[in-house]
Ligand binder design. Structure first.
Ligand SMILES: NC(=O)c1ccc[n+]([C@@H]2O[C@H](COP(=O)([O-])OP(=O)(O)OC[C@H]3O[C@@H](n4cnc5c(N)ncnc54)[C@H](O)[C@@H]3O)[C@@H](O)[C@H]2O)c1
Length: 349
C-alpha cells in the first residue's frame, strides 16, 4: 500500500517492548505507517525512529501530538502513562493502541474506559494472547457443534522471576506490591485469555501459597457467568515460561494451547489414531514461537492488524477498554479473596 494511504501512527514509549517486539511486528502490518516516536529519553526516541524509519522523534508527547498529523498512537510505558496519555489522545480524536495494564488502578481503568465511551475511536489493549493463532484456532474449535458444551477450564502459568518494573510506583520490598505487580504485569494476560475462551467471569476464589521467602504462587478458581467452573495456577518461580490453557467439552472433546504456539485437540470421530485411553485421537499443531523469518512472535502482528482493520472498517476490536476495566476488577477481587478467604463476586458495572 502506498505510504500516503496508510494510517499514520506514532509510538509513545520506546523501551524494550516496542524495540524488541511491537515495532518489528508493526513493520509487517501493511496498513500502518510509523511517522514519529516519543520517549522521555531522547536517545531512545531517536534510535527507535532511526531503526524503524520514523521521520521524527520527540521527548514531549504533547509537542508531537500538536505537530504531527496522526490517525492514532501506540502507548507502551508505565501503566499510569497508558491511562493519562491514552485519555489525552482520545480527547484529540486519535485511535489508541495501549499496552496492558490500562492503568495502575481499577478506578484509572474505569476513567480510561469512560473516556472512550460514546466515541467511534478504536482502542485496543495489548493483551496479545487472544491474538495468537493457536488461541484463535482453539476458540474456533470449542465453538464447533461437535465440541459440545464447554464444561471445564484449566490453565497454568509459570514464569521466571520475581522481577519488578521499578518505574511503576510499587515497592520492591513490599510483599503486597510484588503480588499485585505479578497480576498487573503478567496475569492480566491470563484473565483476558480465560474470558476470551469462556466468557465473563462472575466470581473468583483464590488461595495463595504461604512459604518463607519471596514466593508468589496462587491457585485461582473461576466461576464463569455461564455456570462453568475453571481454575488457573500461577507461580513466579520457574527457569522457563510454561503457559497452558485447556477447555473440556461434552463432545466429548478437549482443546489445549501451550506456550503461545502449540495446539492439541481431540474431537469425536477424528480420523486419526487407534483410539483407546493412551493412543487417543488427538491432532496437534506447532506454529513455532518465532515466525515471519524471525521478525516477530505470535500475536503481535495480529493484534496490530486487528486494530488497523477496526479503524479502517469502523468495526469492533478486542481486547478493548471494557475488557481492561473488567480485568482490573477481577485482579482486585482475587487479591480480596486471598485476604478474606472467600469467594468474591465481580461487580456489574
Ligand atoms: N504485551 C506484552 O507482551 C508486553 C510485554 C512487555 C511489556 N509490556 C507492557 O509494555 C509497557 C512497556 O514495557 P517495556 O518493557 O517497553 O518498558 P521499558 O521500561 O523498557 O520502557 C518504558 C519506556 O517508557 C518511557 N516513558 C515513560 N514515561 C513516558 C512518557 N510520559 N512519555 C514518553 N515515554 C515515556 C520510558 O522512558 C521508557 O523508555 C509496559 O506497560 C508493559 O506492561 C507488554
Amino acid at each position: 500500500m502506498p505510504p500516503k494511504d496508510r494510517l499514520r501512527v506514532a509510538m509513545i514509549g520506546c523501551g524494550g517492548l516496542p524495540n524488541g517486539t511491537l515495532l518489528p511486528a508493526l513493520m509487517l502490518v501493511e496498513d500502518l505507517l510509523l511517522v514519529a516516536t516519543c520517549d522521555l529519553r531522547e536517545e531512545a526516541a531517536q534510535k527507535t525512529a532511526d531503526r524503524f524509519r520514523a521521520e521524527r522523534s520527540y521527548t514531549d508527547h504533547r509537542k508531537m501530538l500538536d505537530q504531527e498529523k496522526l490517525d492514532g498512537v501506540l502507548v507502551a510505558a508505565p501503566p499510569a502513562i497508558h491511562e493519562r496519555i491514552g485519555i489525552e489522545a482520545l480527547e484529540r480524536g486519535l485511535h489508541v493502541f495501549t499496552e496492558k495494564p490500562p492503568s495502575m488502578t481499577r478506578e484509572g481503568a474505569r476513567r480510561f474506559r469512560d473516556a472512550a465511551r460514546g466515541k467511534t475511536l478504536k482502542v485496543l489493549m495489548g493483551t496479545v494472547q487472544r491474538h495468537c493463532p493457536v488461541n484463535q484456532m482453539a476458540r474456533e474449535i470449542l465453538h464447533r457443534p461437535e465440541f459440545g458444551q464447554p464444561i471445564l477450564y484449566q490453565a497454568r502459568y509459570l514464569c521466571p522471576g520475581p522481577g519488578m518494573r521499578m518505574d511503576w510506583g510499587l515497592k520492591r520490598e513490599s510483599d503486597d506490591d510484588m503480588f499485585r505487580f505479578f497480576f498487573l504485569d503478567h496475569i492480566i494476560h491470563h484473565l483476558d485469555l480465560a474470558r476470551f475462551f469462556m466468557g465473563e467471569i462472575a466470581a473468583v476464589t483464590a488461595m495463595r501459597t504461604r512459604a518463607p521467602g519471596e514466593v508468589y504462587a496462587a491457585s485461582i478458581l473461576y466461576r464463569f457467568a455461564s455456570g462453568v467452573a475453571g481454575s488457573q495456577s500461577i507461580a513466579f518461580r520457574s527457569p522457563v515460561f510454561e503457559n497452558r490453557s485447556l477447555i473440556a467439552g461434552t463432545g466429548p472433546a478437549w482443546v489445549e494451547t501451550h506456550n503461545w504456539s502449540k495446539l492439541a485437540y481431540s474431537l469425536p470421530n477424528l480420523p486419526v489414531g487407534q483410539g483407546g485411553y493412551s493412543d487417543g485421537r488427538i491432532l496437534s499443531w506447532d506454529g513455532g514461537i518465532s515466525y515471519q523469518n524471525g521478525v516477530s512472535r505470535p500475536g503481535y502482528r495480529e493484534e496490530l492488524t486487528a486494530w488497523a482493520a477496526a479503524i479502517r472498517n469502523n468495526t469492533e476490536c478486542g481486547a478493548n477498554l471494557e475488557d481492561g476495566y473488567r480485568e482490573m476488577q477481577i485482579i482486585d477481587a482475587i487479591i480480596q479473596s486471598v485476604r478474606e478467604g472467600r469467594e468474591v463476586p465481580i461487580p456489574e458495572d
